[in-house]
Design a protein around this ligand. Structure first.
Ligand code: NAD
Length: 508
């Protein structure tokens, strides 16, 4: 019997000095007005890896005013599309030249495997390139059908100052789903990364300066959500908030932003089902289910954390997924063989375990794992690959984001039941369908309430294909051409040709 595949401490020396991060405001690096700092220890190694300025309202205020002044100056908002594109392309090149440096600190702060960090950082460069292309190609519309004496033109303009608030699970990738698109549109920005994973955002600040982005166009403030983020969501000088994070904080942000009627774009949680019909290619489905649940240690908005499998093939599928799970390499994120790394904090590890315990108490069975994982030589927190069977739709593990390497298995008999189970959720981020029958796949894809539906695959994404959620998974869309539109306001120009308008005032 194969036991789990565990990669022990790789013996790679950690940096002697922690990475030091400061705020970027109006083109200058600054300590916090209070002088306070925040220290991050690696979730895998328990070692100090970064020390960052810990901002508060005064720092956020300075950053917002810098972004407002830069926007009003027109140095970026009225720059030529081709000049904006040139800067974004330069940033993409610089990201690629800095992959190793950025990937290392991303791994140390987040606990994700080093090969994954390298992939995310270099993949993000392509998002910057795609946004550069959009900077030159988006346009409004003209109306030539309103009469010989009328011309209507709808122009697109940058929305203004954007607050960009990002989470810890994909720090650089999510930043790159937002910021280059805001910049392509001509907006200026204040960025706040998660306090746990600020350093790749800070490195990006250096690259933006090197690429020639004018001072004040992008400002970075580091610190906790309430201390920094509150002003970013309420200040009158901010026109829009784009947020990725938990649904709970997303709702609070929407409430805070409503006082000044800012536009709000939200990318929130998910409880994403993969539905497997009896005629599916089971080997491919099992591999995708295994990838979907363990990728990023399950700390992923797109985690395929519940499978809804036809009852005739449930045993066969679970057996395959259990077997594959034992071959997934869990362990030291610095070892290039590792596929699944650490859990972000010990508190979060406790929360994951509570979901599993509660499911067992409610009658579910553990098919694999179900507890913390000890990795030889490492002090951080890890969780075993875990498969929970006999899950019923009302259990918390079937409805809420566990955000760990934990798969819930539910079963169905008919298409209607599969659709009902899929849509019986407060979330609607993504869903997947597995079948060799095109009619089955298309029917499911059309009936699933989700922002993305994958057919015979899971989590493939491209800069061209927009992403976002329905229901409580969010509002608005990122990447693709829609991702640029989020940061554009439309203005209607109505023009009379010649002096043809009949006077309104009739002299009696
Ligand atoms: P979180 O909501 O705790 O924090 C996200 C960000 O918001 C952090 O920078 C945090 O400091 C900040 N914040 C917290 N309170 C705030 C406030 N009152 N005002 C302004 N900002 C505030 O989320 P997290 O734990 O960092 O990330 C995990 C969550 O993100 C999960 O729910 C996950 O599903 C979601 N997520 C969604 C997507 C998506 O695209 N839909 C992608 C990744 C993560």
């Amino acid at each position: 019997m194969t036991l789990l595949t565990i990669v022990p401490a790789a013996g790679v020396a950690l940096p002697v000095e922690p990475f030091v991060g400061r705020h970027l405001i109006a083109g200058a690096w600054r300590d916090s007005a209070s002088g306070e700092t925040y220290e991050r220890t690696s979730p895998a190694h328990g070692a100090l890896v970064s020390r960052s300025a810990l901002g508060a309202e005064a720092d956020a205020e300075a950053a917002i005013l810098a972004a407002r002044a830069a926007f009003a100056s027109g140095v970026w908002s009225r720059a030529l599309g081709k000049d904006r594109a040139a800067v974004l392309l330069k940033v993409a090149d610089l990201i690629e030249a800095n992959v190793e440096r950025m990937a290392l600190i991303e791994t140390l702060e987040s606990g994700k495997p080093i090969t994954q960090s390298r992939g995310e950082v270099s993949g993000a460069a392509d998002l910057w390139r795609y946004a550069a292309a959009l900077a030159r190609t988006r346009h409004g519309e003209s109306h030539n059908t309103l009469g010989d004496d009328m011309l209507g033109v709808v122009v697109k303009e940058p929305i203004g100052v954007v607050s960009v608030i990002t989470p810890w699970n994909f720090p650089f990738w999510i930043l790159s789903q937002k910021l280059p698109f805001a910049l392509a549109a001509g907006c200026t920005a204040v960025v706040k990364p998660s306090e746990m994973t600020p350093s790749t955002t800070v490195i990006l600040g250096e690259l933006l300066i090197e690429a020639g982005l004018p001072a004040g166009v992008v400002n970075i403030v580091l610190g906790y959500g309430p201390a920094v983020g509150s002003l970013m969501t309420t200040h009158a000088a901010v026109d829009m908030v784009t947020f990725t994070g938990s649904t709970m904080v997303g709702k609070a942000i929407a409430g805070a932003a409503s006082k000044t009627l800012k536009k709000v774009a939200l990318e929130l949680g998910g409880k994403n089902p993969q539905v497997i019909f009896p005629d599916a290619d089971l080997d491919s489905a099992a591999d995708a289910v295994t990838f979907g649940v363990y990728f990023n240690t399950g700390q992923c908005c797109n985690s395929g954390s519940r499978i809804i499998v036809h009852e005739d093939i449930a045993d066969a599928l679970v057996e395959k997924v259990v077997d594959l799970s034992k071959h997934v390499a869990f362990g030291d994120p610095l070892d290039p063989r590792t596929q699944v790394g650490a859990i972000i904090t010990s508190q979060h590890q406790g929360k994951i375990d509570d979901y599993v315990r509660a499911a067992v108490k409610a009658g579910a069975e553990i098919a694999l794992g179900g507890g913390p994982l000890l990795v030889p030589g490492l002090d951080g927190q890890f969780y075993q690959p875990t498969i929970v069977r006999g899950v019923t739709p009302e259990m918390a593990i079937a409805r809420e984001e566990v955000f760990g390497p934990v798969l819930s298995v539910l079963t169905f008999r008919t298409m209607d039941e599969a659709v009902a189970l899929t849509n019986d959720a407060t979330y609607g981020l993504s869903a997947g369908v597995w079948s060799e029958n095109v009619h089955t796949c298309l029917e499911f894809s059309r009936r699933a309430e989700a922002g993305t539906v994958w057919t015979n695959t899971w989590m493939d994404g491209f800069p061209e294909l927009t992403f976002g959620g329905v229901k409580q998974s969010g509002q608005g869309r990122e990447i693709g051409s829609y991702g640029l539109d989020e940061f554009l306001e439309v203005k209607t120009l109505v023009m009379r040709i010649g002096r043809t308008r009949a006077p309104w005032v009739k002299k009696l």
